[in-house]
Design a protein around this ligand. Structure first.
Ligand code: ATP
Ligand code: MG
Length: 396
C-alpha cells in the first residue's frame, strides 16, 4: 500500500528529532556564551597577572640590599652576608635559583631579604673602582730633595720593569714589595705617582683608609681582585697608600670590624706571597705610621725593602720652594731667608706657603708675588699648623 498519508509514527519521531535538534541548538548557544565568558575572564585574569607582574618587577628595582652568597642549599635558601658582615639565611626566587652560587653578588628585597637577582661583575662598583687606573702627571723632577729615595725607587721598581734581564744575569731577585715610610706631607704619595709616570706602567692606587671605610666587609675580596687586575694590566705598579689602615698590629680581642680589617690584611699577605717577584707587577706601599704596622707585613718576600722618606733639609726646602714657585710671577725673593724661617716645614707646608703667598698677591691685585707675601704666608701656615697639630707626632 502506498500513499502520502503520513504515518503518524514517523511524524512523531520527526517531531522528536526536530525538538531534539532545537534543544541542541539552544545548548550550543549556551556553550558559546559560556565560552565567551571564559575567554573574557581569561583576558581579565591575564591583565591582572600582567599588572601584578609589573608591580613585582617594580619591587625588584633598587633600592635593594647587596650581599654576597656564603653558601646556598638545595631547598632554595642561601646564606648571604651583607656589607656590615652580618649573615642571613634567605630564600630566593625560582628564576634565580640555578644562578646563585658561592661568592655570587646578589641583590635582595629590603623587607623580605629574598634574593631577587644575581649581579654580574660589570655591576660591581668595586670592579669599577679598581679600573680607575690613573696616569698621574707627576715626575721625579717635581720632587724636591729625596735623591737617595728616588734612586732606590728607581732600582727596586723601575729597573725590574724596564730591564728584568739585569736581575736575571746577576741572579738576584728584586724585592717584591717596597714600603715607603716617613712623616706626613714629605712626598710619599707624590713619589709613587712619579714612578708610575716615569715607567709608563699602568698604575693602580688602593687607599687603605678608603678600603676600610667604603668597602666594609668587602676588603679582602677587593684586595684579591686588585691583584688580579694588576696582573692583567701588567706591566703595572700597584700602590697601596696608607697601608697602616689595614696593616696595623691588632690586639687579641677583635671586634667584628677589626676582624674584617684583619681579614683584609691576611688577604694582602696571601696575595704578596702568591705572586712572582720577577713578574711585571711591582707593589709599593706607603705609611706614616710604620710604628703600628704588623711586622708580618715586612717579612722577607713581602714589603722587604723599606725606604725612609725624610723631612726636607735646607737644600731640599730650597728645591721644593723653587719647584712650587716655578710658574709664579715673582718679585725679587730672598729664598735663603725663606728657608731659614721654615725650618719645621715639610713639603706640603711649603706648597701651602706658595699658594697662600699667591693668594695674598691676588687679594692686593698685584701680578707679582713679593717677599712680604711669602712672609705673611709663612706666618699663616705656621699658625694653622699649630692649630691643627695633634699630639700624635711620631717622627722627629
Ligand atoms: N719633596 C717634595 N717636593 C715637592 N713637593 C712636595 C714634596 N713633599 C710634599 N710635597 C707637596 O706636598 C703635597 C703632599 O705630599 P704627599 O701627599 O706626597 O705627602 P705624603 O708623604 O704622602 O703624606 P702623608 O703621609 O700624609 O700621606 C704634594 O702633593 C706636594 O705638592
Ligand atoms: Mg700620602
Amino acid at each position: 500500500m502506498s500513499g502520502n498519508t503520513a504515518d503518524p509514527e514517523i511524524e512523531k519521531s520527526q517531531e522528536n528529532i526536530f525538538s531534539y535538534l532545537y534543544k541542541l541548538e539552544l545548548e550550543l548557544e549556551t556553550v558559546k556564551r559560556d565560552n565567551k565568558n571564559i575567554l573574557d575572564k581569561n583576558a581579565d585574569l591575564e591583565n591582572r597577572f600582567n599588572a601584578v607582574n609589573a608591580e613585582l618587577s617594580k619591587m625588584r628595582k633598587p633600592p635593594l640590599i647587596v650581599g654576597y652568597v656564603a653558601d646556598s642549599f638545595e631547598d632554595g635558601t642561601a646564606v648571604v652576608r651583607n656589607s656590615n658582615g652580618m649573615q642571613f639565611l634567605v630564600s630566593m626566587g625560582s628564576d634565580v635559583k640555578g644562578k646563585v652560587m658561592h661568592g655570587s653578588r646578589v641583590t635582595m628585597n629590603q623587607q623580605t631579604l629574598a634574593i631577587v637577582n644575581v649581579l654580574n661583575d660589570e655591576n660591581d662598583p668595586q670592579a669599577k673602582a679598581m679600573e680607575l687606573v690613573e696616569k698621574p702627571d707627576v715626575r721625579f723632577s717635581d720632587v724636591g730633595g729625596l735623591k737617595n729615595a728616588i734612586m732606590e725607587l728607581k732600582e727596586t721598581i723601575e729597573l725590574p720593569l724596564t730591564n728584568p734581564e739585569l736581575f736575571e744575569r746577576i741572579g738576584v731577585e728584586p724585592p717584591k714589595g717596597v714600603l715607603m715610610h716617613g712623616p706626613p706631607g714629605c712626598g710619599k704619595t707624590m713619589l709613587a705617582k712619579a714612578i708610575a709616570t716615569e715607567t709608563h706602567a699602568s698604575f693602580i692606587r688602593l687607599v687603605g683608609s678608603e678600603l676600610v671605610k667604603k668597602y666594609i666587609g668587602e676588603g679582602a675580596r677587593l684586595v684579591k681582585n686588585v691583584f688580579k687586575l694588576a696582573q692583567k694590566k701588567a706591566p703595572c705598579i700597584l700602590f697601596i697608600d696608607e697601608i697602616d689602615a689595614v696593616g696595623a698590629l691588632r690586639s687579641e680581642s677583635y671586634s667584628t670590624g677589626e676582624r674584617e680589617v684583619h681579614r683584609t690584611m691576611m688577604q694582602l699577605l696571601a696575595e704578596m706571597d702568591g705572586f712572582n717577584n720577577r713578574g711585571d707587577v711591582r707593589v709599593v706601599a706607603a705609611t706614616n705610621r710604620v710604628d703600628i704596622l704588623d711586622p708580618a707585613l715586612m717579612r722577607p718576600g713581602r714589603f722587604d725593602r723599606i725606604i725612609y722618606i725624610e723631612e726636607p733639609d735646607e737644600n731640599a726646602r730650597m728645591e721644593i720652594l723653587k719647584i712650587h714657585t716655578k710658574k709664579m710671577g715673582l718679585e725679587k725673593i730672598d729664598f735663603k731667608r725663606l728657608i731659614n724661617i721654615t725650618k719645621a716645614a715639610n713639603g706640603a707646608d711649603l706648597k701651602s706657603i706658595c699658594t697662600e703667598a699667591g693668594i695674598f698677591a691676588i687679594r692686593a691685585k698685584r701680578s707679582k708675588v713679593t717677599q712680604k707675601d711669602f712672609e705673611k704666608a709663612i706666618a699663616k701656615v705656621t699658625k694653622d699648623k699649630q692649630f691643627l697639630l695633634g699630639s700624635s707626632r711620631i717622627y722627629g
